[in-house]
Design a protein around this ligand. Structure first.
Ligand code: PRP
Length: 190
């Protein structure tokens, strides 16, 4: 996707919108319908990868019309803050077993894909009935993900993005749209 001029005025004018709130709403509703159809007649365990997932997941589960259980996992990636190493440490593990459950793993963004590779490998060892991925944003470049993202919101170019759960140094997760950060100088805190 490319930045949209019509969205530039949304909330924080110094942060141009890549994806507007209304585009997100429309797409999340569509993905919810796809997931509802795909898992029709089944129960679903929806697992969010904290922290970035929390807003997308909150909207997505309300667009899924199936019996769902919710759980969360938080992991941290070794290495420097800008680039994930893909080697992960579990900070918060799931509360419940996923054995024989249909599992949907929810991510805000797939960048290199290294985080998901490790989390998927880990979850597979817990013998779920099925394991699928939903991600709001998937970067088109640097993809090393070995698993398909069956339910995806938007394919984006290699921008640094914030908002709708995604952060810059912990801030901006509460923007209600996805914005592009083009320069450090843009990052005045509201
Ligand atoms: C972000 C995002 C993904 C991961 C994607 O998490 O939420 O989990 O990076 O990167 P990758 O595809 O290159 O592995 P982050 O470590 O920033 O933590 P957060 O969710 O708490 O913001």
């Amino acid at each position: 996707m490319s930045p949209q001029k019509s969205d530039m005025s949304e909330n924080n004018s110094h942060l141009p919108a890549l994806i507007s709130r209304s585009q997100i709403e429309t797409r999340v509703t569509e993905i919810g319908r796809e997931i509802t159809d795909h898992f029709a007649g089944k129960e679903l365990t929806v697992i969010g990868l904290l922290k970035g997932c929390f807003i997308f997941m909150a909207d997505l589960v309300r667009a899924i019309h199936l019996p769902v259980h919710i759980d969360f996992m938080e992991i941290s990636s070794y290495g420097d803050a800008q680039q994930s190493s893909g080697i992960i440490k579990i900070v918060k593990d799931l509360r419940h077993s996923i054995e024989d459950r249909h599992v949907l793993l929810v991510e805000d963004i797939v960048d290199t894909g290294l985080t998901l590779n490790h989390v998927m490998e880990l979850l597979e060892t817990r013998r779920p009935a099925s394991l699928h991925i939903a991600a709001l944003l998937v970067k088109e470049v640097k993809q090393e993900l070995r698993y398909p993202v069956e339910f995806r919101g938007f394919d984006i170019e290699d921008h640094f993005v914030v908002g709708y759960g995604l952060d810059y140094r912990g801030y901006y997760r509460n923007l209600n749209y996805v914005a592009i950060v083009e320069a450090e100088s843009q990052m005045k805190l509201f």
